[in-house]
Design a binder for this molecule. Structure first.
Ligand code: LR7
Ligand code: MN
Length: 444
């Protein structure tokens, strides 16, 4: 869609949202904001936007949970400042750095509203943000609801409207990702874009939940540290415990997307996130957790515990060239870059690909794609339309034939040793590939 159309249809949706009416007896919410070393301006922008853009009778209180910040202005000056505000704003202090998950749990425990709304400490609520969220919970207290998250630039602080055409997903590293809302979800809403979008996962920072439902599903996993994983954990928890997770398209809240975190990860960023993700995988993902262990670095140690199981016709493979004995490797490269080839290390990670039921060769949400004869193999966003992303594996000849060009995947050409190409199929060993299924333990 071209930008003008998008803006046109967005403001049309905005118009339809404006004429919506909400019941008078919506539940009250407490707003819980946790922070560690947050800037004064962004924290107060969040607080003021809540106060000035929420109907007073729907706002129980605001709880600011300080996760042991080290900045003086967040101590007494903050407490003095919030005393003057026209809404009860309470500052709660964690005794020691606990991470956002346990800090949110503290806020929830202290709060009194029937609904708990969590926000990051650098947000701006827009006019009318709250009523549509509370209305969904009023309809069914098992609805857990997120606003559309608008983007506030961390360089200019300009405000850019987010899209109602994306929803939450995840990759096998268990990173939260945005994906286009599928046609089936558009159809379910019969084209009415003011209706909530059911979303598999949420970004994690901005959502409202009924207090009793939050308790019924066991709140958060209090064993998770600092940052990460709790967003998918809560999403899986909701869907597996009789709830629904929705993006309410008539509610908009801006969030400052920052390139770097202003805080440390005690114990190491990778270790912390990995620990959280393992907890989430073990509790909620059944045998799907194997995909996470294979793809995340260091996961190979767990291969011996894997059960052979292929899900939905998809398999996870390493792809080894018969002549050079090297393996296809995404080399940590990004979208639009070339696929590489490297010595096989059998550690999973960059050398595992899924060969899907649609016969794509995938790494994360990128698919091997060739667009010219004898050309290089690029990693492009999977489009599910076959075309240049369709690969036929011949288990007898061991060839990976690129159907559109009718050429075969070949090892790297001499000049550019790390870039495989497609070439006229000629039966040579450089065009033979051994797919080794990683979900079945083997002594290869
Ligand atoms: O140790 C900490 N203690 C804290 O209190 C670390 C963080 N925090 C606070 C922090 O000050 C902030 O207010 O926790 C809040 C979230 O931390 P951010 O802003 O650094 O996180 P983020 O915006 O980069 O990350 C997203 O994913 C996180 C995974 O743990 C959380 O779920 C965040 O809430 C979440 N943010 C959003 O969903 C906003 C939209 C981003 C997107 C996409
Ligand atoms: Mn944030």
């Amino acid at each position: 869609m071209i930008l003008k159309d998008l803006q046109g249809s967005m403001s049309e949706m905005g118009g339809q949202c404006k004429t919506k009416l909400y019941p008078d007896n919506l539940p009250k919410t407490s707003v819980v904001i946790v922070f560690h070393n947050e800037a004064w301006s962004t924290l107060l922008r969040t607080v003021h936007s809540i106060i000035s853009r929420s109907p007073r009778h729907l706002l129980e209180e605001i709880l600011l949970v300080d996760d042991a910040s080290e900045r003086d202005f967040l101590k007494q000056p903050l407490e003095l400042y919030v005393q003057k505000l026209p809404v009860p704003v309470l500052v709660v202090r964690m005794e020691e750095r606990s991470g956002l998950i346990r800090a949110r749990l503290r806020g929830a425990a202290v709060s009194r509203g029937q609904v708990i709304t969590f926000l990051d400490a650098h947000c701006e609520c827009t006019t009318g943000w709250l009523e549509p969220l509370l209305a969904r919970i009023h309809q069914d207290r098992n609805n857990v609801v997120c606003p559309i998250i608008d983007v506030i630039s961390d360089e200019t602080f300009e405000y850019l409207a987010g899209s109602d055409m994306t929803y939450g997903g995840f990759n096998w590293k268990l990173n939260f990702r945005w994906y286009p809302v599928p046609q089936r979800e558009m159809d379910r809403r019969k084209g009415d874009r003011t209706l909530p979008v059911r979303t598999p996962t949420m970004a994690g920072g901005l959502f409202s939940i009924d207090r009793v439902y939050f308790q019924e599903i066991g709140t958060y996993d209090a064993g998770m540290d600092i940052w990460g994983g709790e967003n998918l954990e809560m999403s899986f928890r909701i869907w597996q415990c009789g709830g629904k997770l929705e993006i309410v398209t008539c509610s908009h809240v801006g969030h400052v997307f920052r390139k770097a975190t202003p805080y440390t990860f005690p114990g190491g960023t990778g270790q912390v996130i990995n620990k959280n993700n393992r907890r989430l995988a073990e509790v909620w993902m059944d045998e799907f957790k194997n995909f996470f262990y294979i793809i995340s670095p260091g996961g190979s140690m767990l291969f011996s515990s894997l059960r052979p199981k292929v899900v939905d016709g998809m398999s996870i493979e390493t792809i080894r060239n018969e002549e050079t004995n090297q393996c296809l490797d995404n080399m940590g490269r990004k979208e639009n870059e070339k696929i590489g080839i490297f010595n096989c290390h059998s550690m999973g990670g960059n050398q595992v690909f899924s060969y899907t039921a649609e016969k794509e060769i995938r790494t994360d949400d990128l698919c091997l794609d060739v667009s010219r004869l004898s050309g290089p193999v690029l990693m492009l966003k999977c489009h599910h339309m076959k075309g240049n992303q369709l690969w036929e594996y011949d288990r007898q000849r061991l060839t990976l034939r690129h159907v559109n060009s009718n050429q075969c995947l070949d090892k790297a050409v001499e000049q550019d040793r790390q870039v495989p190409t497609v070439q006229e199929c000629n039966g040579s060993r450089s065009q033979q590939w051994i797919l080794r299924n990683m979900t079945v333990p083997s002594s290869f």
